[in-house]
Design a protein around this ligand. Structure first.
Ligand code: NAD
Length: 496
């Protein structure tokens, strides 16, 4: 009998008000139900928001260095349980446990970094335009923050959103993703053990149409942080804008690598292979397009195809798997339908393109690592995020043309250039329409102390992670102290 998990509201583990549950399935063995989770509704969200609202009155007044003590303790507990946590993520997310250790490490790093922010969280002081007047800014919490998560990095993304929200003095209603809910339970248990007061962090499991919509429409949720697809992000943004709530969106990508004629080809191939196919391409920063200079195209493609065909596709519990399963049947059908429509549009499948069947493959949803060429920038396969192990290839004859292809995307999350030319490397930072740019590295690998986010359809302007998260999760107040003992104003300034 599968374990029955609960919501966490006001410091208590509780069932959904409806009493209903949904199943959490192991993507590496779809016959295995890992747990039953509360199928929550608006009523559960209302209860969580009410608890968070009450807790806010106290939590906002706790000095940030004192809040930080809880985050440092959380970092210690995460570190002590890193293997156990990596196994939980691996089971429900379909990634190898060793790769999930990196996710836990990222959560530890974020806890430590944000705890440090508790002693920084700087405002600014500056000169007033008037005599005997003091001008400064200070950061304040926003209120109750609703955090909506996607399935693909349940530990790292929970940490990346929750820790900055808490250090800034907000209270949180967290919605787990319905495909990866268990990891968030372990995260919340660690926060509880680390000493977080009741009501400060609340966890509500369930589906987007029930829990997600209720969060985005709740009048007492002052900010929503949404991470997920651009299509859902748009609905979230519309709901928030209608009621003047702050909203931060971290959305999809169609990330490209440009390989110039002077690149270290073996390094570039390493970067493209792991950027495209690790975690089966289910990363917002996965490499989805590669743009290769014509002078090295043939050699690059020969080696790339050989490397791709040698990848081992298999379940997450087999540590030798290079490419693991897709999260669910819906995602499998989505990926295959993109590949089929690309064929209809005249693209060429160089390798892969099929679902894998037989043996362990019948216990999950696996697509062969796929490379497609004969693509133009207006085709669907070149425009849409696929979120699977699929790479499309363009041939280019110049850096300028490569940038044109790169920037033809409606997305702009991460980008990478392989070159040995320092002038080109720096020009790329100016030219690439993306929130995160790399030289001689894959399109993923953002660090917890650095801002992260995208332009165009990949976000809406805020950056999360690193010091930028403090800006996202706090409000700036502008403060003046006048010690002139008279009423003065910049609008009717007198000179003495
Ligand atoms: P998704 O948009 O389907 O779901 C994300 C979350 O939104 C889930 O918790 C879901 O239940 C909820 N949701 C669904 N409908 C909703 C609604 N109407 N209102 C409110 N919430 C709703 O995304 P997914 O398939 O879980 O994740 C994959 C996507 O996430 C990809 O597009 C990927 O690029 C993106 N992503 C972005 C980042 C980033 O930082 N930019 C990180 C990870 C994933």
């Amino acid at each position: 009998m599968a374990e029955r998990f609960k919501n966490y509201i006001n410091g208590e583990w509780v069932d959904a008000v409806s009493g209903e549950t949904f199943e959490n399935i192991n993507p590496s063995n779809i016959d295995e139900v890992l747990g039953l989770f509360p199928r929550s509704t608006k009523q559960d969200v209302d209860n969580a928001v009410s608890a968070a609202r009450t807790a806010f009155n106290h939590w906002r007044s706790v000095p940030p260095p004192e809040r930080a003590e809880i985050l440092f303790e959380a970092a210690r507990l995460l570190n002590a349980r890193r293997e156990e946590l990596a196994n939980v993520i691996s089971r429900e997310n379909g990634k190898t446990a060793s790769s999930c250790l990196g996710e836990v490490q990222s959560a530890i790093d974020m806890a430590n970094f944000m705890a440090g922010e508790g002693r920084r969280m700087y405002g600014k002081t500056t000169h007033s335009g008037l005599r005997k007047r003091f001008a400064m800014t200070k950061r304040y919490p926003i209120g109750v923050v609703g955090i909506i998560l996607p399935f693909n990095f349940p530990m790292a993304l929970t940490a990346w959103r929750v820790f900055p929200a808490l250090i800034c003095g907000n209270t949180v209603v967290l919605k787990s993703d319905e495909n990866s809910p268990e990891t968030t339970v372990h995260f919340v248990k660690i926060m509880e053990e680390a000493g977080l007061p009741k009501g400060v962090l609340n966890l509500v499991h369930g589906f987007g149409v029930d829990v997600g919509e209720a969060i985005t429409q709740h009048p007492d949720i002052s900010m929503v942080s949404f991470t997920g697809s651009s299509a859902t992000g748009r609905i979230v943004a519309e709901n928030c804008v209608k009621r003047h709530a702050k909203v931060s969106l971290e959305l999809g990508g169609k990330n490209a690598v440009i390989v110039m004629e002077d690149a270290d080809l073996d390094l570039a191939i390493d970067g493209v292979v792991c950027g495209t196919f690790s975690v089966s391409g289910q990363r917002c920063t996965a490499t989805s397009r590669v743009i290769v200079h014509k002078d090295v195209y043939d050699e690059f493609m020969k080696k790339l195809v050989a490397r791709t065909e040698a990848l081992k596709v298999g379940p997450a519990y087999d540590e030798s798997s290079d490419v693991t399963p897709l999260i669910n049947k819906k995602q499998l059908e989505r990926v295959l339908s993109f590949i089929n429509r690309a064929k209809e549009e005249g693209c060429r499948i160089i390798t892969g393109g099929q679902q894998l069947k037989g043996g362990v493959y019948d216990k999950g949803y696996y697509v062969q690592p796929t490379i497609i060429d004969n693509v133009t920038t207006d085709m669907e396969i070149a425009r849409e995020e696929i979120f699977g192990p699929v790479l499309i290839v363009f041939k280019t004859d110049s850096y300028e043309d490569a940038i044109r292809i790169h920037n033809s995307s409606q997305y702009g999350l991460s980008a990478s250039l392989f070159t040995k030319d320092v002038n080109r490397a720096f020009a790329f930072f100016d030219d690439a329409e993306a929130g995160v740019c790399y030289i001689n590295a894959p399109t993923f690998g953002s660090e917890p102390h650095m801002p992260f986010g995208g332009v165009k359809k990949s976000g809406q302007g805020y950056r999360e992670v690193g010091w930028a998260a403090i800006e996202a999760y706090s409000e700036v107040k502008t403060l003046y102290v006048d010690y002139s003992a008279r009423i003065q104003n910049v609008q009717f300034v007198e000179k003495d």
